[in-house]
Design a protein around this ligand. Structure first.
Ligand code: SAM
Length: 235
């Protein structure tokens, strides 16, 4: 039975590129997004009572990866990128229907120029991600404290962060334009976004990623992640 569905919302996110988005929700609590309700769902009636819940489940499309298709087995970064497991034994983005699910914290609801939205914290979604359903997280059923997490039993390790003197000044300017940017940038980079095979304590490379309207640059030395620069993106 085929199913034709349209997005109920589009996510506005600080993550402008897939690189450096955390692997799961809530690893970066400072990542705040807005779910902009779409079409006939842009109606406050659909949100009535939602503020009673602390967390929401989002069902969404890995829309940027759909064109690349999927394979029955994948190599999770958690297993060092060499061991294959079935796609249904992973949270990989390349999967038969290209759907993802994330539990995120509900911060509030609002309306901007007739566009109703939900503000959510701890997202792991790319800017522009289509959301296909939103449901309340129900602790008595959804929280399974005794469950085994298999090969992903522990949260990923995080790196200590430092900021160069130059980046500190740039960060102050970024913070003025975008309050909370420094905390967001540090939480994102503490997740060590480098590909698994490059996650050594010393790495000559400089890395960069776009976060909100800024280009963030960093390097890992002696297991510490140094933010080198924070520059506004030039269009
Ligand atoms: N929590 C979800 C799940 O378990 O279904 C997502 C897990 S998936 C491993 C997380 C990754 O999805 C992020 O690191 C990011 O690179 C990628 N991602 C997020 N939004 C995406 C989108 N719209 N299209 C493609 N990839 C996306």
């Amino acid at each position: 039975m085929n199913l034709e569905i349209s997005p109920v919302a589009i996510c506005h996110s600080p993550y402008k590129q897939k690189f450096a988005i955390p692997r799961q929700p809530r690893l970066v609590p400072a990542a705040v997004g807005r779910l902009m309700l779409q079409g006939e769902c842009n109606n406050p009636d659909l949100l009535r009572g939602i503020e009673q819940f602390d967390y929401l489940w989002l069902i969404f499309s890995f829309h940027e990866n759909l064109a690349q298709g999927w394979k029955p087995t994948v190599r999770p970064p958690r297993l060092g990128g060499n061991t294959r497991v079935g796609v249904f034994a992973t949270r990989a983005t390349f999967r038969p229907n290209g759907l993802g699910m994330s539990a995120v914290k509900l911060k509030g609801i609002g309306v901007d120029n007739g566009q109703h939205y939900l503000e959510v914290e701890g997202i792991d979604l790319l800017d522009g991600t289509p959301i296909y359903d939103i449901k309340p997280y129900i602790p008595y059923s959804d929280s399974l404290a005794d469950a085994s997490g298999g090969y992903a039993d522990e949260p990923p390790k995080s790196l200590t962060m430092t900021i160069s003197d130059q980046a500190k000044q740039q960060m102050t300017a970024a913070e003025l334009a975008c309050p909370g940017f420094s905390e967001l940038a540090q939480q994102v980079l503490a997740q060590d976004p480098r590909p698994g095979y490059r996650q050594q304590d010393n790495d000559e490379r400089e890395y960069g990623v776009q976060l909100h309207q800024f280009d963030l640059r960093w390097r890992v030395e002696q297991g510490v992640n140094h933010i080198i620069a924070v520059n506004p993106i030039r269009h």
